[in-house]
Design a protein around this ligand. Structure first.
Ligand SMILES: CC1=C(/C=C/C(C)=C/C=C/C(C)=C/C=O)C(C)(C)CCC1
Ligand SMILES: [Fe+2]
Length: 390
């Protein structure tokens, strides 16, 4: 199908075009549709799911006193993310950068993304073999940045006016990324350690992170992060305490509660699907002229289907690649615990399977973050907006 380009469209925001630094908000423009997509696809469903789970969990634990989830439920969201929103949100990376710049993807632009994935992905894969513990730390740091970057983009898209200063913008990125990456450590250190330990165990290493789990270190980290949260929100309010500021403060409080209360593997899995990925998918709808028109004319579900169609081929390739690695890894990995044991389905084996999936995601995440950072630059969004202000 012939795809219209974003060029010349009302409110198109590609960097190469003569645009002011913010999208023009006329009815039906890319900016106003982007805001509506972000609210209906990125924000509302996330609130319903994360808010609902937090509430149900708080009530259930208060009544039963039990803090544990059945195993199938603990690993459930991660398994779902293989096909729904999670893995697919990155499987449009071959088309998204060109669209973010207001251009139609070409063979050359798709090839460039492929080469980037090959180079950065294999470099990170090798790093896991050479330095597993440092690679694990890098993965958490990278996700911290990337999930923070995604939330800053979403807040901008719905019209935030309190994120214009350098301190508030960088602070918001650090707070939003730290909620899923740091807060689980504060309340659930043992599970955190087991999850990260399983990543490095795939490469025959052991995680010696007792210091990180000590109450003093966690207390200091938690106190510091709580201070950063409050200081960033107050600084934002001083700039502009409009409706989006209230949404920002509400989301921050909700996520603090969610990650403090809900067991980490389940919580991070749910967040990955319905928070981070859906917000990125809302962005994908907004930058694709066809999906944008579909959304404006027929609503969110057909627009989601359009992105799903774009994501399908590379999601399938990624899942097949993961399966191939699992099967080969059973022979090659020092632990030797992956594929055959998954079939048996014991606790350790599910843990190893989840670890393999997360390490696989990490390898895809490095090029994915490069692409999204480039998209931020092309759309004059995220931290790139600060560079422009200099
Ligand atoms: C599961 C889990 C963790 C880390 C998950 C990570 C790092 C996921 C990254 C996913 C990405 C980057 C997806 C793509 O956007 C923690 C917090 C270490 C401990 C608690 C459970
Ligand atoms: Fe992402």
């Amino acid at each position: 199908m012939d795809e219209p380009t974003g060029h010349g469209e009302n409110g198109s925001v590609g960097r190469g075009e003569s645009m002011p630094s913010r999208a023009v908000e006329t009815p039906g423009s890319r900016g106003s549709i982007a805001a509506s997509v972000m609210r209906r696809v990125g924000v509302r469903p996330a609130w319903v799911v994360i808010g609902g789970i937090t509430l149900v969990w708080a009530i259930a634990t208060a009544f039963t006193g039990s803090q544990t989830l059945p195993r199938w439920l603990r690993y459930g969201p991660l398994a779902v993310s293989l096909a729904v929103f999670g893995l697919p949100h990155g499987a449009v990376d071959h088309l998204a950068p060109a669209r973010a710049a207001g251009r139609r993807p070409t063979a050359a632009s798709i090839l460039a993304v492929g080469v980037l994935y090959l180079v950065l992905g294999s470099a990170y894969g090798l790093l896991w073999w050479a330095l597993p513990v440092a690679s694990a730390a890098l993965f958490v740091a990278l996700t911290w940045f990337h999930w923070g970057q995604g939330d800053v983009y979403a807040l901008d898209a719905i019209g935030a006016s309190h994120l214009d200063g350098r301190g508030v913008r960088v602070g918001t990125l650090l707070v939003r990324g730290g909620l899923p990456m740091l807060v689980p450590l504060l309340a659930h250190p043992a599970e955190y350690r087991v999850v990260v330990g399983a990543w490095v165990a795939l490469f025959g290493s052991e995680l010696d992170a007792a210091w990180l789990l000590s109450p003093t270190v966690r207390g200091t980290l938690g106190g510091g992060f709580a201070l950063l949260t409050v200081a960033t929100l107050l600084a934002g309010r001083r700039r502009s305490g409009g409706r989006v500021w209230y949404l920002d403060a509400g989301e921050t409080a909700l996520l603090w509660g969610f990650f403090l209360l809900v067991p980490p593997l389940f919580a991070v899995g749910v967040y990955f699907c319905v928070w981070h990925s859906l917000r990125h998918i809302a962005r994908l709808i907004a930058v694709d002229p066809t999906a944008r028109t579909t959304f404006a004319e027929r609503g969110p579900v057909p627009a989601l289907m359009r992105v799903g169609r774009d994501a399908l081929p590379l999601t399938a390739v990624a899942v097949l690649l993961l399966l191939a690695i699992a099967v080969a890894g059973d022979v090659a990995l020092p632990g030797g615990v992956v594929a055959a044991d998954v079939a048996v389905g014991t606790q350790t084996d599910l843990r190893a399977a989840a670890a393999l999936y997360l390490v696989f995601i990490s390898v895809l995440t490095l090029p994915h973050v490069a692409i999204v950072t480039w998209m931020d630059w092309a759309e004059n969004a995220g931290l790139a907006r600060l560079v422009d202000e200099q």
